[in-house]
Design a protein around this ligand. Structure first.
Ligand code: PMP
Length: 692
């Protein structure tokens, strides 16, 4: 490979990295060697580079378009760096690896979509005359003087070897030409030898004095003056291996590497290589979302999307009060629940205050799945039974114990069917199910299915451990239960000693508007309530609430230790979420916007026959798409087309239900009246355009 021309090498290496291979054969070995030997490198300059003595000089955030001087005709570039240095003095200014140097908008290169601007070295700004030392034994590979304006000035490239003889190189740019004049290629250099001194602007292409320090795993066949110090973001997968983060050698105690923003197709390729194939992406052409605020998400081009589906960002994306609570507490302390802390004590009290008084005992965990798994353990400890009754099409989490009780999974693609301890009750669907809206006592009649299962269980000499249901069926298709359903189902299960678990992971924390919890709309008090998603507005926090006697059965001597559950940061976030719900009147907003959306959707249903049913509670709404309002034949393809088209129009949605034909609407509770109206009008137009 070494004799090849640079362009050919780049092409070959690009092909390798795109195929998931290292850029060249030595990369994995060098990476490992550097990881385990970086303590052997000496300093490159006398100034200490510890936390107290350095400051990052962020060139990515420089004012607007400060372009190359020859383009905008001034000394701006140099002046800007010098000004920054004055600001950070007396600390040593550091220019970051990977920084997007839009400033290198070079006149010699056409202004294309893909400029070369990712800095793949670290700059250390020190006065002219500062001595530069070799960090490791070396041989001089090559050297030269770049006399061009905004060029490198004096450059030295050292060749080093790992203990087993694999070469790598370090490059030193902006040295005073006179200071390297006596150096020869092939010359041996000892660790700590002076290589040269930093140049003054006049001999340094007009730059403020600094060292450009670059690590290279391959010289790419370049002559010394051809070596590049910045590369193309589109080829980042290659250059991060050819010029890895040189801080492995420098050891500067600061964030010297900026993230490289890559194009969606590059991120997709990275996911394909390293992310497990079971993860999915939304939309035929996935979105790259980089920022969120309120009900809006923003892609990398700054385009805004109205988020109609993220019930996790309960109080809005990146709510400033939630972010502040998290960062403040993170700065002070994060430990575990084995120490006393005000946040934990305040939070469990606040949670207990919004739950039914019977449910006074709280467990704090990290995800809805953990909460439901713990609920099953509590139920088992209390009843000693194993059999669980679930509602058809329900989903309760991704742990093994929960796949076992989630018909949505075990009866879905890749599922292995219903395990012996799981009993599946008929889904009480008053639109498409056996009993319809106008029928008599629809709720209790559907609950008969639960009663039958419990009796079958008893006939086999078994008894129910628990009945688990959401307060509104989520994955089942956004279905509020008919009146009286949960009360009857709970009674059937309790008659035989089973506990009732309300899974409020999707629908809790005031989403239904009229109540804190969806189960309350059914006039029941569960034995165990599980909470997740919205509880932390994006932070991994979840909880279980239960009755003291059930908690007592579980406290059998085995400690419940959850490393992260109940940590001070999570508790601070949980408290902030509850404060925002209160202070921004979000329960009222959930009610009012829910009515607006459902009224609006029902009006659309009078114009668009594809909308067969509109249902929901508060801001948990579903619109079921059918090809025919009499046969109720589902129209999943129509819905998919609508969701894709709405994305094109800047509105994010998704589908749900056993037939995947239910438009799922569950925006953050902060959604405004104007945003709801906008959503309805875009949906109206989309349905019209698609002739649905
Ligand atoms: N219960 C319900 C009703 C859910 O919808 C989910 C997640 N979609 C879970 C539990 C599991 O929560 P998590 O993904 O946080 O583990």
């Amino acid at each position: 490979m070494n004799a090849a021309k640079p362009e050919q090498l780049i092409a070959e290496m690009l092909a390798r990295v795109h195929a998931g291979l290292p850029a060249h054969e030595h990369v994995p070995h060098l990476r490992r060697w550097l990881d385990f030997n970086n303590h052997r490198f000496g300093p490159v300059l006398r100034t200490p580079l510890d936390r107290a003595h350095v400051a990052i000089m962020d060139a990515a955030d420089h004012p607007a378009k400060l372009t190359h001087p020859s383009r905008n005709g001034g000394e701006n570039l140099t002046a800007w760096w010098l000004q920054r240095q004055r600001e950070v003095a007396p600390r040593t200014g550091i220019g970051r690896y990977c920084e997007d140097r839009g400033i290198y908008d070079h006149p010699d290169e056409p202004r294309d979509e893909n400029p070369r601007k990712i800095h793949h070295a670290i700059d250390i700004f020190e006065p002219a005359g500062t001595e530069i030392f070799a960090p490791y034994p070396a041989m001089v590979e090559t050297l030269g003087v770049d006399t061009s304006r905004h060029g490198f000035g004096g450059i030295v490239v050292l060749r080093h070897e790992t203990d087993d003889g694999v070469p790598f190189w370090t490059l030193y740019g902006h040295l005073a030409p006179g200071s390297i004049a006596g150096m020869k290629p092939g010359q041996r250099i000892a660790k700590g030898d002076v290589l040269g001194v930093l140049a003054a602007p006049a001999e340094n292409g007009d730059w403020p004095p600094h060292l450009h320090f670059q690590l290279m795993t391959h010289l790419m066949g370049w002559a010394v003056l051809d070596i590049i110090g910045i590369s193309w973001a589109s080829q980042w997968e290659l250059w991060r291996e050819v010029c890895p983060d040189p801080n492995i050698i420098l050891g500067i105690e600061a964030d010297c590497a900026a993230p490289v923003a890559r194009k969606p197709e590059q991120l997709l390729a990275e996911r394909k290589r390293h992310l497990a194939p079971s993860f999915s992406l939304a939309y035929e052409t996935p979105l790259k979302i980089v920022r969120g605020a309120g009900c809006h998400l923003f892609d990398e081009t700054g385009r805004a999307y109205l988020d109609m589906v993220n019930n996790v960002a309960h109080v809005g994306h990146s709510h400033p009060r939630v972010v502040k609570a998290a960062t403040q507490q993170m700065r002070a302390l994060n430990t575990n629940s084995r120490y006393l802390h005000d946040n934990l004590a305040s939070y469990i009290r606040r949670l207990a205050e919004i739950l039914p008084p019977e449910l006074s005992v709280i467990y704090l965990v990290n995800s809805g799945s953990e909460a439901n798994d713990l609920a099953l353990r509590l139920a088992h400890a209390h009843t000693k039974a194993r059999d669980v009754v679930v509602v058809d099409h329900g989903y309760h989490g991704h742990l093994s114990s929960l796949i076992d009780i989630s018909p949505y999974k075990f009866d879905g693609k890749g599922g292995e069917g219903r395990p012996g301890h799981t009993w599946v009750a008929e889904m009480p669907d008053p639109y498409r199910g056996r009993l319809r809206k106008g029928d008599k006592d629809v709720g209790p009649a559907y609950a008969d299915s639960v009663s039958t299962l419990v009796m079958d269980m008893v006939a086999l000499g078994r008894k129910p451990m628990a009945f688990i249901a959401e307060g509104v069926q989520g994955c089942g298709g956004q279905i509020p239960f008919p009146h009286g359903y949960l009360a009857s189902a709970y009674a059937h299960v309790r008659r035989e000693g089973g506990l009732c678990i309300a899974d409020e992971v999707q629908v809790g924390f005031g989403r239904v508007g009229t109540h804190w919890w969806a189960f309350e709309t059914q006039d029941v008090v569960p034995d165990i309530v599980t909470m997740g998603k919205p509880i932390g507005a994006g932070h991994p926090l979840a909880a279980v609430a239960t009755k003291p006697e059930i908690a007592a059965s579980f406290a059998n001597g085995m400690e419940y230790f959850n490393t992260f559950g109940g940590n001070p940061v999570s508790a601070a976030i949980g408290l902030a979420v509850l404060d925002v719900i209160r202070d921004e009147r979000l329960l009222h907003n959930a009610r009012a916007r829910g009515v607006q959306l459902m009224d609006g959707l029902r009006l659309l249903a009078t114009r668009h026959r594809v909308i067969g049913d509109v249902r929901g509670l508060g801001l948990f709404v579903g619109a079921e798409f059918v090809k025919d309002r009499d046969t109720l034949q589902p129209d999943a393809a129509g819905l998919k087309a609508v969701i894709e088209a709405m994305k094109g129009a800047g509105v994010l949605l998704s589908s749900e239900g056993p037939h995947n034909n239910v438009l799922k609407i569950k925006p953050p509770l902060v959604i405004s009246e104007a945003d709801c109206a906008h959503f309805l009008s875009v949906l109206d137009r989309t349905l019209r355009d698609l002739h649905l």
